[in-house]
Write a protein that binds this ligand. Structure first.
Ligand code: ACO
Length: 402
């Protein structure tokens, strides 16, 4: 790419690219996507290989530090995270202030933002040791925060983390377990969740990651920048799509299960209806993550014996869309979120927690981008330009003349 912006600025011109359809805001060595071919790689490693063979902790290390860890590095990293899973006792009270029926996303983003208030010893973006400490704190505490947001919503007591467990096991226990009662972890569920987190771990300059970078470009601390990313993720056009897909499938089921009628509505853009979980700014081919999720959905739903009817509707809907000219012409394929909600629901998560699970997965990617940006000595504050289309100069009128 060429630095067209700088060239044009020198000539007095400004580039206008609404939605940044073709404007690169940065160079990055973290994630590679070829949207035409449906290729996704983290640090050069194909997503298919990582999903099959790696753990979420390993992938987090890979994204943040650039290489897969040796077994010693992995042990040290895992151990460091284990030591930071507890939340400050005062921060736990933070959850009491929210109404019980609050959506967990603003609860989670507020709690993450509040980490800046509770851990002032790790806020300096220019101090590498502090950045490392805030990285570990985030990776360790977000699962605890997410589990507490869930517990709050169902009115159940919070559980302290059990640090003999892995990150995902610990999260499952804090979410679904009860104090003083043994919680049996289903290894297949833990493994499937771990794999789903890997699939969500990074996706280069998407809306939430760009938000993290933009907030961080002002030298705002890591906690606050990540909190901004969580808010951006919540929207139904981004991470909120996984919840919206399930709502759409339920709606189709409740109105008789006719997928062709739904596709007709989408094509006619009736009431602005979209096929949620379909389409992507970059992929003009099958999202490679969706292909992996689809296989998992099939086996995990069979095992848990749940959600079959909705899975059937989803598969019929996919088939109807993929053979329809509207979707073919626009190169609209299922994205990662088309099948994830079905799996999360079968695991026992309510729809409102789906986007929180996405945030858990995306966290290492956000951190990696923030750190990559800060390690660049040429870092500039993000400051887009605009084309002004408002009034030309006019004189103030007193209120009696308006
Ligand atoms: N259903 C129906 N039509 C669609 C869909 C869809 N899901 N997605 C795009 N289109 C249509 C648009 O209406 C437009 O049609 P037109 O040319 O007749 O106006 C054309 O396809 C191009 O779409 P754009 O909106 O220009 O594509 P853009 O790249 O801006 O949007 C987005 C991408 C937001 C993901 C979009 O496809 C969408 O809204 N999908 C549904 C929400 C969703 O699943 N989001 C998750 C994205 S993945 C993620 O964040 C993890």
């Amino acid at each position: 790419g060429i630095e067209l912006g700088k060239l044009l600025a020198a000539t007095g011109y400004t580039t206008l690219d609404p939605g940044f359809v073709n404007t690169a805001s940065t160079k990055s060595a973290i994630t590679y996507i070829d949207g035409e071919k449906g290729i996704l790689r983290y640090r050069g490693y194909p997503i298919e290989q990582l999903a099959e063979k790696a753990s979420f902790i390993e992938v987090s290390y890979l994204l943040i530090y650039g290489e897969l860890p040796t077994s010693e590095q992995l042990e040290t990293f895992t151990d460091k995270i284990r030591r930071h899973t507890l939340l400050h006792e005062d921060l736990k009270r933070f959850f009491d202030g929210f109404p019980r029926n609050a959506h967990p996303m603003p609860v989670v983003s507020s709690a993450v933002n509040a980490l800046s208030a509770y851990y002032p010893d790790s806020l300096d973006p220019d101090d590498s040791e502090q950045v490392e400490l805030s990285t570990i704190r985030l990776l360790a505490k977000l699962p605890t925060i997410a589990a507490y947001a869930y517990k709050k919503s169902v009115g159940q007591p919070f559980l302290y983390p059990d640090n003999s467990l892995s990150l995902v096991e610990n999260f499952l226990r804090m979410t679904f377990g009860f104090p003083a009662e043994p919680y049996e972890i289903d290894p297949e569920i833990a493994q499937a969740l771990d794999m789903l987190l890997i699939l969500h771990a990074d996706h280069e300059q998407n809306c939430s990651t760009s938000t993290v970078r933009l907030v961080g470009s002002s030298d705002a601390n890591l906690f606050t920048s990540i909190s901004g990313g969580i808010n951006a993720l919540w929207g139904p056009l981004h991470g909120g799509a996984n919840q919206a897909v399930l709502e759409m499938l339920e709606q189709i089921k409740n109105s008789g299960g006719d997928v062709n009628e739904f596709v007709r509505k989408v094509k006619n853009k009736e009431d602005g209806v979209k096929l949620m979980g379909f389409g992507h700014r970059v992929y003009r081919n099958y999202d490679p993550r969706a292909a992996i999720v689809k296989k998992t959905a099939d086996s995990i739903l069979k095992k848990l014996g749940a959600g079959d009817e909705l899975l059937e509707i989803a598969m019929k809907l996919e088939e109807a869309a993929l053979t329809d000219d509207y979707f073919i012409e626009r190169k609209l394929y299922p994205n990662v979120d088309f099948y994830t909600g079905l799996i999360y629901r079968a695991m026992g998560f309510p729809d409102r927690m789906f986007t929180v699970l996405f945030a858990l997965g995306r966290l290492p990617g956000w951190i990696a981008h923030w750190r990559e940006m800060h390690s660049d000595p040429t870092l500039k504050i993000g400051r887009p330009r605009q084309i002004y289309v408002g009034h030309t100069e006019r004189d103030y009128k007193g209120i009696d003349l308006r």
